[in-house]
Design a protein around this ligand. Structure first.
Ligand code: AMP
Length: 254
């Protein structure tokens, strides 16, 4: 069945009122859907009566305007994916609708959000937490699904929900990978064929090196890649690596 597409907050709130009796699961995304997103949608479908998918490329979480401008948009294919994975409603609002305050108000975390990706992308997690807070207030889900691929984001969202006593469960979903180990990401389509060939080395380095330092050295010295960081933290090994203009992140459990 084709999902319902709602483009305004007002429209969504009106529709939500007609579903108060049902359990609502929520998958927030920036679109350009791939099998990683599909895994979140499948789990959401299984565990809830109603599945809501949001598609919104959130400008406040992009510290680099070029990265925002180049973010892939594949609306027609996304509609198809949503239909195949049992989405009932796609919420795809505009910036002015979601930010009536023009980002005067934000949710800020001042510890973990400043580490790893937070060091290289100032303000990134403020943008993420703010948009997630807004979406949770509108969608009012019982469960929301987040990928371990963005483990730092998942962990910050879990902590925000606890800190503000928000009445929903955050459900983590394991990273979905290509056959060669590369973590699926909307940004992968921007890799050149040569970059795509080297990209799986990121996961290989994380999973097989004896230390974070060894992984960083392998990626920099042997693969000639620009490494933003490789760090061990909270029982996981995290990396961010630039291939040309594309910045990819990944992490594994240690
Ligand atoms: P994005 O559209 O990139 O903001 O991602 C939306 C959600 O999908 C986030 O919770 C991501 O962590 C999750 N996600 C993205 N890629 C993957 C993947 N390869 N495996 C699992 N979850 C993913």
């Amino acid at each position: 069945m084709k999902p319902l597409v709602i483009r305004t907050v007002e429209g969504f709130l009106a529709w939500r009122k007609t579903n108060v009796e049902k359990s609502v699961g929520f998958v927030p995304t920036m679109g350009a859907l791939h099998n990683g997103h599909a895994q979140l949608l499948d789990q959401c479908r299984l565990e809830n009566q109603i599945s809501v998918l949001s598609i919104f490329v959130n400008p406040t979480q992009f510290n680099d305007k070029k990265d925002f401008d180049k973010y892939p948009i594949t609306w027609e294919a996304d509609l198809e994916t949503a239909a195949q994975h049992g989405v009932d409603c796609i919420f795809a609002p505009t910036f002015t609708d979601l930010y009536p305050d023009n980002y005067r108000f934000k949710v800020s975390e001042n510890d973990f959000s400043l580490q790893l990706c937070g060091k290289d992308r100032p303000g990134h997690f403020d943008g993420v937490l703010t948009i997630v807070m807004k979406l949770f207030q509108i969608v009012r889900p019982e469960r929301a699904y987040f990928g371990e691929k963005d483990f730092q984001q998942l962990s910050l969202v879990q902590d925000m929900v606890k800190s503000f006593f928000m009445p929903l469960d955050i459900v983590p979903v394991a990273t979905v990978r290509e056959a060669d180990g590369l973590a699926m990401s909307s940004r992968n389509v921007r890799l050149t064929p040569e970059e795509r060939k080297v990209a799986p080395k990121i996961h290989e380095a994380l999973a097989q090196s004896s230390s974070a330092m060894a992984a960083k050295d392998f990626l920099e010295t042997q693969m000639g890649l620009q490494v933003d960081y490789v760090e061990d933290l909270k029982g996981r090994r995290f990396a961010a690596v630039k291939l040309g203009t594309v910045r990819l992140i990944d992490n594994v459990e240690l």
